[in-house]
Ligand binder design. Structure first.
Ligand code: ZN
Ligand code: ZN
Length: 137
């Protein structure tokens, strides 16, 4: 499946009307795995979509994240980052170069002794690690 039809499917599955601009943002996030900020998405897409505004990109990533089509990552206090990979994985932020790396996680489970499953319905889990990457350490 190419990225275009993947994007359309993802948006439709999340109940989002696939407009041209939403598709472009979704395409970009599926193709670029470096967890870009909304500004980075805007500067990369603007040359090919001159009518695109920064506000549209900000509203689009917000809409996509709220509906579960993408992940909003808050590991970096200065900039919210976005991820087209919505499968369960953790993130590692390098405190020197600011790059965010994906980290696989397996068998993540919280203790059921505190009645967690009774009292809380978990809809989202985010795991963040911080440190120094191979290049910076
Ligand atoms: Zn680094
Ligand atoms: Zn990721």
């Amino acid at each position: 499946m190419n990225t275009k039809s993947k994007s359309r499917k993802r948006l439709e599955k999340c109940g989002i009307k696939p407009s041209l601009q939403r598709m472009a943002v979704m395409d970009y996030l599926l193709e670029h795995k470096m967890h870009p900020t909304a500004d980075m998405i805007f500067s990369s897409l603007q040359p090919s979509i001159p009518t695109l505004s920064k506000t549209t990109v900000y509203n689009t990533v917000k809409l996509l994240a709220e509906n579960g089509a993408i992940l909003a990552i808050n590991i970096d206090e200065k900039n919210q980052r976005f991820d087209g990979d919505i499968s369960q994985h953790a993130h590692f932020l390098c405190k020197i170069c600011g790059k965010i790396y994906d980290m696989p996680i397996a068998g993540l489970q919280i203790s059921h002794s505190e009645n967690c499953t009774e009292n809380f319905l978990i809809t989202e889990t985010q795991i963040y690690y911080k440190g120094f990457c191979k290049k910076c350490k």
